[in-house]
Design a protein around this ligand. Structure first.
Ligand code: NAP
Length: 335
């Protein structure tokens, strides 16, 4: 089933070769055809994520079978249904996690990885949801098992991931401590619900966490930094704390005092979303729809939008992300 006027070719941003932002070029590509269980989305907006920057540099290749185009999340209208994609109808307004290919006018995704546009959301807002909400839900609430009344420490609190984690954790009744690299970024963390924001250029987060928790430490730590944060996280964690690693921006190789891990009975875990199975991502989507979509509908939780660029200026969006001044999400307007 298709919407009748799907073109053969579309505009898409390709990674012409590994390198800086200017390797992102506008090209004409074939419109993808949805396979079994898949839907074709006419993309109106696409989210920009740090992993796209890594892919552009050639250090984060797409998993086997995925589009070579960048872009892990979109919002738009369902334009065609593959066989067996039963939930959706042509014209439905959705946002979706993609296996790649989001920087384009059309993308195919598995039907179970799409969610309805939350009530009152624009396409631009909805495109900023999937990648960070899937990642935070799984890592903070499933892997980290954060509970109401516990304390979450979020590093990179002003990032797309961090702004989502602060809001969701506080909406579910946790206390949040966030780290960020400037006063403006710390102020955003506080506005979003963190009880304490630590400018890591000026303060030691281990000390700040101890002070904020009467010496107990954080029950869950979401870390995208790695390097020397690994050992420091062990110091900041509470007994039976759970540390979840989602990136290693300061280094993937670290030395740490593992006696702390034993004495405090810590669990240090981690995950990457993109290579996970269709079934796994479908299960996360279902959990989000049941537990988080109602919060979006009443704006208890909402994406923090930094800047919006037209699709053809995707290179500017990557420049903005690499400058590191952004707060929240950068989005591409696909038209
Ligand atoms: N594992 C997964 O499934 C998964 C999925 C999606 C994203 N990720 C990862 O999650 C991270 C955030 O993604 P995003 O798209 O939200 O990116 P983003 O908005 O660009 O955020 C990156 C953040 O990292 C912080 N940071 C970088 N280097 C740091 C350092 N040395 N010390 C402290 N903080 C540092 C920055 O904070 P300041 O500006 O305050 O320094 C910034 O807020 C990325 O590393 C991404 O690769 C992982």
């Amino acid at each position: 089933m298709a919407s009748g006027n799907i073109p053969v070719k579309m505009n898409a941003i390709v990674i012409s070769e590994p390198g800086g932002p200017l390797v992102l070029k506008l090209e004409r590509r074939d419109v993808p055809k949805p396979g079994p269980g898949e839907i074709l989305i006419r993309v109106h907006a696409a989210g920009v994520n740090r992993p796209d920057v890594q892919q552009r540099k050639g250090v984060y290749p797409p998993p086997p079978g995925a589009s070579d185009l960048p872009g892990l999340e979109v919002a738009g209208e369902v334009a065609a249904l593959g066989p067996g994609a039963e939930r959706w109808r042509v014209g439905d307004r959705v946002c979706a996690l993609t296996p790649g290919g989001g920087y384009a006018e059309y993308v195919k995704v598995h039907g179970t990885h799409a969610l309805p546009l939350p009530a009152g959301f624009t396409y631009t807002e909805a495109a900023a949801l999937p990648e960070t909400f899937f990642t935070v839900w799984h890592n903070v609430f499933e892997r980290g098992a954060l509970k109401s009344g516990e304390t979450l420490l979020v590093h990179g609190g002003s990032s797309g991931i961090g702004t989502t984690a602060i809001q969701l954790a506080s909406a579910f009744g946790a206390q949040v401590i966030a780290t960020a690299g400037s006063k403006e970024k710390c102020d955003t963390c506080l506005r979003l619900g963190a009880g304490r924001a630590v400018n890591y250029h000026e303060e030691d987060f281990v000390q700040a966490v101890k002070e904020a928790t009467d010496g107990k430490g954080a029950n869950v730590i979401l870390d995208m930094v790695g390097g020397d944060y690994v050992g420091r996280n062990y110091r900041a964690a509470a007994v039976e704390g759970r540390i979840v690693q989602i990136a290693t921006q300061s280094g993937a190789v670290a030395s740490a005092d593992f006696s702390r891990l034993m004495v405090k009975r810590l669990v240090h875990s981690g995950s990457t979303l993109r290579p996970r199975s269709v079934e796994f991502k479908g299960a996360v989507a279902a959990a989000l729809e049941a537990q988080v979509w109602p919060l979006l509908a009443v704006r208890r939780v909402a994406p923090v939008l930094d800047m919006i660029f037209p699709l053809k200026e995707a290179w500017r969006a990557h420049e903005r992300m690499e400058e590191g001044e952004h707060i929240g999400k950068i989005v591409l307007d696909v038209g």
